[in-house]
Design a protein around this ligand. Structure first.
Ligand SMILES: O=C(O)C(=O)Cc1ccccc1
Length: 315
């Protein structure tokens, strides 16, 4: 039986597009749509599927709370891949509906947040409703007696559910993109590719001046570039935060491994989320920033030098 992969469904979500990017060889029957981000995590944890794809962050709206909360507090899973997908929104309705007939619009909360300008200009009196995904909105609009007149969704979702486009490009920014991650149960890490990311959550030991700088310094002094830093409430009590960090490089590399050891020493707790290729499509990526003296060979040479001086060799 081929491996099975869960994703935030139904068919026609941007997450499904990301899944096709990350698992291009998975046949249609191996792609399992779920109705929430939490149920994708649960399907991977329970072993019902071999992997899962969920949205992580959007270039306009920021982090996807449901995903980040699972990564921080849920039973641990590993991130084993990621990809970025351009998101272009369109307004779709049942055949025969005109723009002026649209009184109720449904979509995903992140899509709504990115289309507010267009809606205010073209449908100022319409009520907006949020549902579990853009494709769920399109599927509901297509049903007889639907509670909504139109959906904001991808063109492929509108077409998939037999709707007609009333307007294209309804996003306030045409260059918006969303980052999606591939999840696996804990196990062997993906091999380093040279263009990898490492994700972790750092829980500060005790609230003191410079606590975050101590964490960031572990990366800075070893020449590791950060690509994302987000503070999130730990959930314990108001004012307690943890820090979600993405860094360039793989934990198998000396500079990244040493930075993680340093963080482990200065933090109360560290949750390692994975080291994985930076994109499903690695062709258009810049090489990671790698300052002088931070190669594995540099670290190995420094380790040999330390061993020599510890044994009293000073020449
Ligand atoms: O609803 C979808 O299609 C998703 O995949 C989630 C989402 C929603 C809005 C922007 C990017 C991803």
């Amino acid at each position: 039986m081929p491996n099975r992969y869960a994703y935030l469904g139904p068919e026609g979500t941007f997450t499904e597009a990301a899944m096709r990017d990350l698992r291009p060889d998975a046949p249609d029957e191996a792609r399992i749509p779920c109705d929430s981000v939490a149920s994708v995590f649960d399907a991977v944890r329970s072993g019902a599927v071999d992997g899962g794809v969920v949205p992580l962050e959007n270039s306009v709206e920021g982090g996807v709370t449901a995903t980040i909360a699972e990564l921080i507090n849920g039973e641990p899973l590993l991130i084993t891949g990621q990809t970025a997908v351009p998101v272009e929104f369109a307004l779709f309705a049942r055949p025969g509906t005109a723009l002026e007939d649209v009184k109720r619009v449904a979509t995903h909360p992140h899509a709504l947040a990115q289309c507010r300008g267009w809606l205010a200009q073209h449908l100022p009196d319409a009520d907006t409703h949020t549902v579990s995904s853009t494709a769920a909105a399109a599927r509901t609009v297509a049903e007889p007696g639907a509670p909504f007149d139109a959906a904001i969704c991808a063109v492929f979702a509108g077409e998939r559910y037999g709707l007609r486009a009333l307007a294209g490009n309804v996003g306030d920014r045409s260059d918006a993109a969303t980052r999606f991650i591939h999840l696996s149960r804990p196990g062997p890490l993906p091999e380093p590719t040279g263009t990898d990311l490492t994700s972790l959550v750092a829980f500060i030991a005790d609230d003191h001046p410079g606590a975050l700088i101590e964490v960031l310094n572990q990366f800075a002094v070893r020449g590791v570039n950060l690509t994302r830093l987000e503070s999130r409430p730990t959930g314990d009590r108001l004012g307690n935060y943890c820090f979600c960090i993405d860094a360039e490089g793989h934990v198998a590399e000396a500079r990244v491994g040493e930075a993680l050891m340093g963080i482990r020493r200065v933090c109360r707790d560290v949750r390692f989320l994975g080291s994985y290729p930076r994109s499903g499509r690695t062709d258009d990526l810049d090489p990671p920033l790698r300052p002088r003296s931070t190669t594995d060979a540099d670290f190995a040479e420094a380790e040999r030098w330390l061993a020599r001086i510890r044994s009293g060799q000073v020449d």
